[in-house]
Design a protein around this ligand. Structure first.
Ligand SMILES: Nc1nc2c(ncn2[C@@H]2O[C@H](COP(=O)(O)OP(=O)(O)OP(=O)(O)O)[C@@H](O)[C@H]2O)c(=O)[nH]1
Ligand SMILES: [Zn+2]
Length: 362
């Protein structure tokens, strides 16, 4: 039946469901599977419903979060925290969200599962991350999972589809002339991924020769820095500095990638900022939330440049990892063009941390 959603479309539905607090069902090989609810968005009524199904619900968290909570992560990259019988939603949120870690340090001792495999739990965390929620999910295994999903009108999909997400192709929707302060010869291109995730933009300045290395910048969205003039980072000055240089040279491409907060989303970035106010640095804050320090997918940038006809770039960045990622995507980086602007007393420590921990060049 061609009207039925394919796997990619089901995945997009599952992300939307989790964001609204609607459970989804992940299927393993065979009849079993699990009901999954994002810790951040579930409510008391659904938690009660989950408990009434019987069995032993667990709260899946990443090993980063487990480390902070002193919980044993027997599954390597994640831990399955056993839900005590007498706890409610506040407990679940407290495990998922580090906001109150310092004022309420006694969250444990937490017991974690070591028997059985964690494939469903890994998929649940991947889905929560893809939904830009805290990476923590309630997981309850149920025997006839597909039937359970059908009975309750829940989105279901194989767990493997949530983990091994193939790179989604992007298509250009439209481009239009956009005169800019830095160059009247501006053009904005809109790219839409086929998997229903955020659109990304390319600002083309002038008419760059497709046979020559193009001056380019892969800029990750930073609402606070780009729009509000936040002094906590260097994003705004980098954005404007890159465009200014492209305008001065008469050609270039700036990709504006909607990977806010290094791919964790704006709400989680603000959680990270709140932790930074408690004394943690930018990398530690991501880890305490349960994220890697950088969750971006740079294949998106490479794919957009390639679809625009570019194969060689002069990349404006201080981040050597970006250069390596572009080259692994078969884009030749002929030159790394430093972009050192916007240092101030508020972001000095942030920039120093990126240099020390993420390999950024000062
Ligand atoms: N999670 C998190 N994201 C941040 C923080 N500060 C800025 N960001 C995000 O980081 C991204 C910019 O990344 P940067 O590391 O500054 O730059 P980069 O792109 O890796 O390297 P450059 O090309 O040299 O700028 C944007 O998506 C910002 O929203 C923070 O403290 N925590
Ligand atoms: Zn920023």
């Amino acid at each position: 039946m061609t009207f039925a959603p394919n796997m990619t479309e089901r995945l997009a539905r599952a992300r939307a469901d989790l964001r609204m607090g609607v459970p989804v069902v992940l299927l393993s090989e065979g009849p079993s599977g699990a009901v999954v609810m994002a810790a951040e968005t579930t409510d008391t009524a659904r938690l009660t419903d989950l408990r009434q199904l019987g069995g032993a619900p667990v709260l899946a968290i990443t090993s980063w979060r487990a480390e902070t909570l002193r919980a044993r992560a027997y599954d390597g990259d994640l831990a399955r925290v056993i839900l005590p019988a007498d706890v409610g939603l506040a407990w679940v949120r407290g495990i998922a969200d580090p906001a109150d870690d310092l004022c309420q340090p006694m969250k444990g001792p937490l017991r974690t599962e070591r028997e059985g495999d964690a494939d469903l739990h890994r998929a649940a965390i991947a889905l929560a991350k893809a939904a830009r929620l805290l990476p923590a999910a309630l997981v309850l295994e149920v025997p006839d999972a597909a039937a359970f999903a059908a009975r309750n009108d829940l989105t279901s999909l194989p767990a493997s589809a949530a983990v091994n997400t193939a790179f989604s192709p992007l298509n250009e929707v439209i481009s239009a002339r956009l005169p800019l302060e830095v160059s009247e010869a501006g053009r904005l291109h809109i790219f839409r991924p086929e998997d229903g995730s955020e659109e990304h933009y390319a600002v083309e300045i002038g008419s760059p020769d497709r046979q020559e290395p193009v001056l380019s910048r892969l800029h990750s969205a930073c609402f606070t820095g780009d729009l509000l003039g936040s002094l906590k980072c260097d994003c705004g000055p980098q954005l404007r500095g890159a465009l200014a240089q492209m305008g001065a040279e008469g050609a270039g491409v700036l990709l504006y990638l909607n990977q806010e907060g290094r791919g964790i989303g704006l709400a989680n970035k603000m959680r990270a900022y709140s932790l930074q106010d408690q004394g943690f640095d930018t990398v530690e804050a991501n880890h305490r939330l349960g994220f890697e320090d950088d969750e971006r997918d740079f294949r998106i940038g490479a794919a957009i440049l390639q679809s625009m006809g570019f194969s060689k770039v002069r990349l404006m960045t201080n981040n050597p990892a970006k250069v390596a990622r572009m080259e692994s995507c078969h884009l030749t980086v002929t030159e790394r063009v430093p972009l050192k602007v916007g240092e101030n007393r508020h972001n000095h420590h942030y920039l120093a941390t990126k240099a020390a921990k993420s390999g950024h060049l000062l």
